[in-house]
Design a protein around this ligand. Structure first.
Ligand code: HEM
Length: 477
């Protein structure tokens, strides 16, 4: 019986064939690896050393890569009070990587436009309004592959990194760049991004066990987090006629955050809306993100509620006076029920980067009474760059998931209706000039609106479209 991709997978009750599929699938796709410290190692393959590189990648797969099966068992044991799992390792190839290996016949075939041409291709750049002029030089060149290493201990990441780099070099590869990622946690131990907000709370869940846990602990009556395996998985052509080899398209984007600019604009918005005192003024940022810093959804309340942010909500009966139509989480997931709309949702696996250490931890910053207070007491401690998010996501359909989300939702001032404005966090391109409209009173359309442009505090610094092949591919090289 073939693996059914049109439903989630119950991995603890997997059939023999499903178990084989999990053993052939790389980790991090069906569920995040969850490690706090990472490095992304970008490399170029020497096409005159195909044999050496194939041998190196084979060895990588046989001894280092983490299968989905291994990851799930490790995570389960850890949650039951056991030891943390082994260091996590995943490998990715770009279209040029397949070609340099002489393996184009085994490359995924379903993304003629974005994967085949790469992120630096003129049409790919134009689609999502990327500008290579802003890119770091090491990303602005042909990248053939990437290895992701993750562990909770930086020391362990470094050990594994050394082994992997040695192996890649033995295959004749050139290391182009190494990008470190590091989780940032708030006082509730929830992962946050550099603007200070809990991130990663809302994910499409692909495993029945995760869906059941969410249903009992948080509820799933207003937003259904259940997604099918085909939100991420596609058949890996390298498996030939086998029924168990799957892979996933993978997006990597280094997004730099101007924290100072963003937090100051939050204060300007708070003043524009007449919010008084540091507590009330937190609402301004919640309107931008769609959640308060602690993750509380702004469509549910006008104040932060503390730990365990809910995810069982939608925007029925919220015309935008509670969560603005342009609020980041509403733009990138309008939470409708139509299958066509849900088809754009993708598993995100990002982690913050801190290339330049911050003076003050984002969760330790004081609130501000007003703009002068902010300028005097908070602003000097905030970075204008050097920090951000390594946005990573798995897609089965790049065009309809990541590219659609960035292009037709986030960058588009006309979504969901004319004049709404771009996504204030990730919007890029011409439409970021359109000022967004903000309801003056929370949950009260009678209070009137103000306009204020909120844009361009995130800058894309480089990335690539990759594929995460099955372990079958690597082992048979
Ligand atoms: C520096 C860049 C970014 C920042 C600071 C950021 C921040 C956040 C935050 C704070 C959340 C709320 C936590 C959650 O609901 O999981 C969130 C959710 C989300 N973000 Fe982003 N994000 C960034 C980039 C992106 C990009 C590039 C995309 C896709 C193109 C994206 C798509 C999403 C999606 C789909 C959600 C979940 C929405 C939901 O299901 O309600 N984000 N983001």
């Amino acid at each position: 019986m073939a693996i059914v991709l049109t439903k989630p997978l119950a991995w603890k009750n997997a059939s023999a064939e499903e178990q084989q599929m999990l053993q052939c699938l790389q980790g991090n796709i069906l569920k995040g690896h969850g490690r706090d410290e990472t490095v992304n190692i970008f490399f170029k393959i020497d096409p005159t050393k195909k044999l050496e590189m194939k041998r190196a990648l084979r060895e990588l797969a046989n001894y280092h890569l983490t299968s989905a099966d291994r990851q799930l068992r490790d995570t389960d044991r850890f949650h039951q009070g056991g030891k943390p799992g082994l260091t996590f390792v995943a490998a990715f190839l770009s279209a040029s990587g397949y070609s340099a290996l002489g393996a184009t016949a085994q490359a995924p075939k379903t993304e003629k436009q974005f994967f085949d041409k790469g992120m630096r291709n003129a049409a790919s750049l134009a689609a999502v309004s990327d500008k290579t002029a802003d890119w770091e030089a090491h990303f602005n060149q042909q990248i053939d592959g990437m290895i992701l290493v993750g562990d909770d201990e930086r020391r362990q990441v470094q050990f594994k990194r050394d082994e992997v780099v040695k192996l890649l070099k033995s295959g004749g590869a050139t290391i182009l760049h190494e990008q470190i990622g590091s989780a940032v946690k708030n006082h509730h131990n929830d992962g946050i991004e550099h603007f200070g907000y809990v991130d990663g709370r809302s994910q499409p869940l692909l495993l029945v066990e995760d869906i059941e846990r969410e249903a009992t602990t948080a509820g799933t009556s207003r937003w259904d987090p259940e997604f099918s395996l085909n939100a991420a998985l596609v058949k890996d052509p390298a498996g030939g006629a086998d029924t168990v080899s799957f892979g996933s398209y993978f997006i990597f984007r280094k997004l730099e955050q101007n924290v100072q600019g963003f937090k100051r604009q939050e204060q300007i918005l708070a003043t524009t809306l007449g919010l008084i005192g540091s507590e009330q003024r937190e609402l301004a940022g919640a309107l931008v993100v769609g959640r308060f810093e602690d993750g509380s959804p702004v469509t549910l309340s006008d104040e932060a509620k503390g730990a365990n942010p809910p995810n069982d909500f939608n925007y029925t009966n919220d015309p935008g006076s509670r969560c603005p139509l342009h609020g980041h989480i509403r733009k990138v997931n309008p939470r409708g029920t139509a299958a066509t709309e849900r088809a754009h949702i993708m598993p995100r696996r990002g982690i913050p980067f801190t290339d330049v250490a911050r003076d003050v931890h984002p969760s330790d910053l004081p609130g501000s009474e007003d703009l002068p207070d902010f300028d005097a007491n908070v602003k000097p401690d905030l970075p204008m760059g050097g920090v951000g998010l390594l946005f990573m996501a798995y897609n089965s359909n790049l065009t309809n998931q990541f590219v659609f989300t960035q292009q037709s939702w986030a960058n588009n001032a006309g979504f969901p209706s004319a004049g709404v404005g771009a996504d204030p966090i990730i919007g890029q391109g011409a439409d970021t000039a359109v000022a967004q409209t903000w309801s003056v009173k929370w949950d009260d359309t009678g209070g009137g609106t103000k306009t204020l442009n909120f844009a361009n505090f995130v800058t894309m610094r480089g990335g690539e479209y990759f594929f995460a092949p099955s372990l079958t591919f690597f082992k048979n090289l």
